[in-house]
Ligand binder design. Sequence first.
Ligand code: SF4
Length: 635
Amino acid sequence: LPKGSNGKILRVDLGKETIDKVEPGEVFYRRYMGGRCLSLYYLLNGLSPKADPLSPENILIFATSIMTGVPVPGTSRYNVAAKSPLTSGYGEAQAGGFWGAELKFAGYDAVIIQGRAKRPAYLWIHDGEAEIKDASQIWGKVTGEAEDIIRTDHGDHLIRVAQIGPGGENKVRYACILNECKHANGRTGMGAVMGSKNLKAIAVRGHKKLETAYPERVKAIAKLFLDSYMDNPSNKGLQLYGTSELVKTLDEWGELPTRNFQTGIFRGAEKISGETMSKTILTNREGCYSCPVRCKRIVQAQVPYEVDPRYGGPEYETCAAFGSDCGVDDLIAISKANELCNKYGLDTISTGAAIAFAMECYEKDILSEEDMDGLEVKFGNSDAMLNMIEKIAHRTGIGNTLAEGTRIAAARIGKGSEKYAMHAKGQELPMHDPRAKFGLGLAYAISPFGGDHIQAEHDIDFDFQAPEIYLEQAKILGISERLDRTDSSLKKVRMFYYLQNQFSFMDSLCGCLFAFAPVRTIKMSWLTDLLSAITGWEIGLWELMKLGERGTTMSRIFNVREGFTSKDDKIPERFFKPIRTGPLKGARLKKKDLVQAVRSYYRMIGWNAKTGIPTREKLYELDIEWATQYLKSTY
Ligand code: SF4
């Protein structure tokens, strides 16, 4: 077995109240390595196609990787996967924080959860032991209260708790899972799946020391990180202002999603920026396990809204989703929205986007004040926005419709509202406008989760204005020339394809993109060195790129089984219309360019050029020939 891993996966059936251990062996660990690939292996082989994602049949998997928990920056993350109630396809979300490392210290690499508990339950995993515990005392509680009760009951304030809030209990389709009340497995509704299983939390505590094959080499890479961290120009801003340093930049470039993506400039951008946050409500910075970057924000405020620092501070996506996209220029209101989402366990991107959708419906007279339970849900109304979060979390009034996600909500509301539902494959779009970056449009179209901005590094990082170091660090991936951000040629498709392979293998390795190349500090050659030093295997970049492709292709197989076709690889019509104002006035995507790029992408990755279904040969090439059985009818 590789060093650095436990070789053990916990399998829990909540309905049958059984717990057992799976020990899949070295070949399995080498082929799948953790996170995305590990989860997809168990989902494809354990879950019947067309299962209701909110039924006991769905399988929920928490997975770390072969590098989670080693004392090197960026190794804190873990992946949660299941069939998504938001998209009805493959769902997954990653979080940093401390939970992933703690699970490894408790003796397990992953937890597979099946069935539904008869009554509210939580899982207690500690030093190799696992128990299903009664959660009636914490069901209905917000995350902070539930975490306090679990820690007090066990008399240990270092227990790490991954949990849902009332949003997940009420099966809001974009409910999330949080650890430390602020690190979210945000997207694709994994919190709703957990709620449907009557599972409130997984609490973990362990004291095991992870053994690595060459500890001195591991230590040397951690030191390299510290020594060269400030050589990279992007790190200073991240440390000082967090991810919300992007607000001002994107506004200046004219691509800050504003009023439900109607435009790309926002008059209040300065007021909701990372810089303003640092000068006003920022009280501290925090990080994840073993990471000195500390890019997470802690904020506090009293008026006009009281904001509790326990729930962290808003990141870029949250600042834009509740700020510019809802037309709100009040940073304290945005911080309150962040607090509410973290208390109730709601994804901030989808929640903000759902409210922005409702605001546009109100603006266009599709929804009236009466439809909105007497609230004037217009762009810029922060009180109404905060009220809507409460309604969504508790599924009251119009909140019950918005809790279904914008795709279903628009279908229910009708009256042409569909064109204001900014989603891809049912998942709300994150806060990046593809009219400004073609590769991102391609990512939204072909992503297994639809609206997802971390399929690949964005075009701006390799355009003609990008810092030299990014391209330098990407050359090892086969990216050797800059391309304009709006370039839609085959060269752009190739760039995307290579970068997607890299991002995909990072999702199996559960690495943080703010710590690793091509844009950040840990170069790809250090990563392969690190993995070899941890495991004792000789790992190269070719093997990792294949791991990335394996993850992308396995998620495609999952979606094909669920009935997705190439017709689902699309983005909202709004992006084919010009941006109305600002520096990018007139910019739009051309549909035929996007369709062509999607087709070219299928060919490059080895899927059928017309249908987008992975070929039989491709599955053999990726060493997953067992998966041909799931596509039999299509060959
Ligand atoms: S860079 Fe930021 S998000 Fe990533 S592991 Fe470090 S502190 Fe966490």
